[in-house]
Design a protein. Structure first.
Length: 193
């Protein structure tokens, strides 16, 4: 009897170690892929194209496609929104603003949803949606043009609200390149020449 309990605990411990090892390998590959932004997004777009091709060729799973589109829209809005919403900061009479002049305090734009988590969520959700297309129980018959029109309407309303928010609180969620700073020696050389 004692040997059966020992064998069961060894089996359970071996399974746990196997799960931990698989998660470590998975995390290692995610860490290796982290700095390669462009290749990550190309991979995510490739998965989306495969998914759309699957939907187009099978002529079904429109509810899954609609749910995936709504989820991606939600992720995109979180990606565009600042982590600390200026609409919730009531210190100023006119409301808070991001700095617009060089003599104001510099506050960098920090996203509510960082780029890597945005990519990771898009990739995972696309894979899950592709797996859902393998099961007929998710192929619910609907009139797909209504879903397309509703999604376009929802997208336009949501983006209009987000753009108004950006204009009101004067922030731009995209930066082009890394800022370059000159040290004091570079400045004195350029003025003396």
């Amino acid at each position: 009897m004692m040997q059966d309990e020992d064998f069961g605990s060894v089996k359970k411990n071996g399974f746990r170690q196997g799960i931990i090892r698989v998660s470590q390998i998975y995390q290692r590959y995610l860490d290796l892929w982290t700095p390669h932004t462009i290749s990550r997004w190309i991979f995510a777009l490739f998965l989306l194209v495969l998914f759309v091709l699957r939907i187009y060729l099978s002529q079904g799973w429109y509810i899954v496609t609609y749910a995936l589109g709504i989820y991606h829209l939600n992720l995109f809005i979180a990606f565009l929104t600042p982590k600390i919403d200026p609409a919730m900061d009531f210190d100023d009479a006119d409301g808070p603003e991001l700095p617009t002049r060089s003599n104001e305090e510099f506050r960098p734009f920090i996203r509510r949803l960082p780029e890597f988590k945005f990519w990771y969520s898009v990739t995972k959700s696309t894979v899950v949606a592709m797996l859902c297309t393998l099961f007929d129980c998710f192929n619910i018959p609907v009139f797909w043009p209504i879903l397309v029109m509703y999604f376009i309407t929802l997208f336009c309303i949501t983006m209009k609200r987000q753009i108004k928010h950006m204009i009101r609180y004067r922030y731009l969620p995209f930066t082009h390149g890394k800022p370059r700073y000159q040290n004091h020696e570079d400045t004195s050389r350029s003025t003396s020449n």
